[in-house]
Design a protein around this ligand. Structure first.
Ligand SMILES: [Zn+2]
Ligand SMILES: [Zn+2]
Length: 289
């Protein structure tokens, strides 16, 4: 995601809003979607919205999601869902059909989609759309245009305000959990513990909890050089970076016994030198867990 927030952070942000008994505003939802890069991210985002029963306005759901889909079958299933939920509305959006035309494979199919749109009383410009059905390339171009359009919107440019709000919420939320409690959430994600977002933890947000746990164990001290974190972040927490001992890219697991918290210097050092002694030292620190 080309933003100050990763997908995991966005999802945790939604968890924290839910935890406060609030609902994200339409502007916030827009801002988040505008900053996403692909359909998988948008899908994870929508699943989270569904999980928390946040209800984004119908038009929002439609107009954003269809901009990310590249798979035709997936598009059809979304379209059917939209048509079902829209039964009480007068007529579906033009875009529902025009985007399908962009994704479809043949002129024949494009024409039948146009006909379907007409049956709904929509008046689509045949020339415009039939000429353009060049499947994936064309929709990618359209998606790019759409993203460019978004970049000039106010919502897009206000995104950093969500990031700041998130950092504050995250810091106070994590502070409210004891180390033991944190561990319980990570290790027993199915816990029914009341007052905890444990049941909502998923593979994405889990990584945030694991990072927090590693920092908690380190208590502000770099686990390689044993010196204090070089500075405090805006929320007053010691700044340390979380490192996976066995790299995730090498198949290492995102687990509490595979992470340490390091000062930025040592984190660089570990990756640059890949020194055996360093490795042994940080490995020993995980025995604290
Ligand atoms: Zn260090
Ligand atoms: Zn690292």
């Amino acid at each position: 995601m080309q933003t100050t927030m990763s997908l995991a952070e966005v999802l945790l942000y939604l968890d924290l809003i839910k935890r406060k008994g609030k609902t994200p505003s339409k502007d916030e939802l827009n801002m988040i979607v505008y900053h996403m890069d692909n359909y998988d991210q948008v899908k994870a985002f929508y699943n989270k919205i569904k999980e928390h029963k946040f209800e984004p306005p119908f038009g929002f759901y439609l107009s954003t999601l269809i901009h990310f889909i590249e798979d035709y079958e997936e598009y059809i299933s979304l379209k059917n869902k939209i048509l079902r939920t829209q039964r009480n509305r007068k007529r579906p959006f033009n875009k529902l059909f025009t985007n399908q035309i962009l994704l479809c494979k043949s002129e024949e199919e494009a024409l039948s989609i146009l006909q379907e749109a007409r049956d709904y009383g929509l008046n689509l410009d045949e020339k415009l759309w039939v000429a353009k059905f060049d499947s994936l390339e064309e929709i990618k171009k359209k998606q790019k245009e759409w993203k460019e359009e978004m970049k000039s919107s106010e919502a897009y440019n206000n995104f950093s305000s969500i990031g700041e709000k998130f950092e504050i919420m995250k810091s106070s939320y994590f502070k409210s959990l004891s180390q033991e409690h944190l561990k319980k959430i990570i290790v027993e994600p199915k816990s029914q513990d009341k007052g905890v977002v444990a049941r909502q933890i998923n593979t994405f947000t889990r990584s945030m909890y694991i990072k927090e746990y590693a920092k908690r164990v380190a208590q502000g001290i770099c686990q390689l050089c044993d010196k204090e974190a070089p500075f405090l972040d805006k929320q007053g927490n010691p700044f340390l970076e979380v490192h996976h001992i066995n790299y995730l890219s090498n198949g290492g697991e995102d687990k509490i016994d595979n992470v340490v918290a390091l000062c930025p210097n040592c984190h660089r050092r570990i990756h640059m030198l890949e020194d055996e002694e360093d490795f042994k030292k940080i490995l020993k620190k995980t025995s604290l867990i």
